[in-house]
Write a protein that binds this ligand. Sequence first.
Ligand code: FES
Length: 112
Amino acid sequence: MSGESAADPVRLCGRGDLVAGEARCFAVDGRRVALARIGEEFFAVDDTCSHADFSLSEGDVDVDECALECPAHGSLFDLRTGEALTLPAVVPVVAHDVAVTGEGVFVTLRER
Ligand code: FES
């Protein structure tokens, strides 16, 4: 069921553990998830680039585009939708649901 939530929310970190403009990889239920912070907002997408096996969280956060830049070949992925915005990647990555509470930052994984 593509796009459906697959699991219960999982706490990744505290709100203050990522600074604005930072991305970091977390392992969640056997998947690698890139969590990125832009201002006070948090976004989560699958960490592995859809073009080749590189970690998106090692790339730069593009604050203006609300995107994550693959460190290998520079494709931008929209952090809200997972859409590949620029070549060479053309396949989206999965964007996950994020909730921020007083307890921290939680992600609910979506199916591929
Ligand atoms: S591995 Fe990400 S754009 Fe090529």
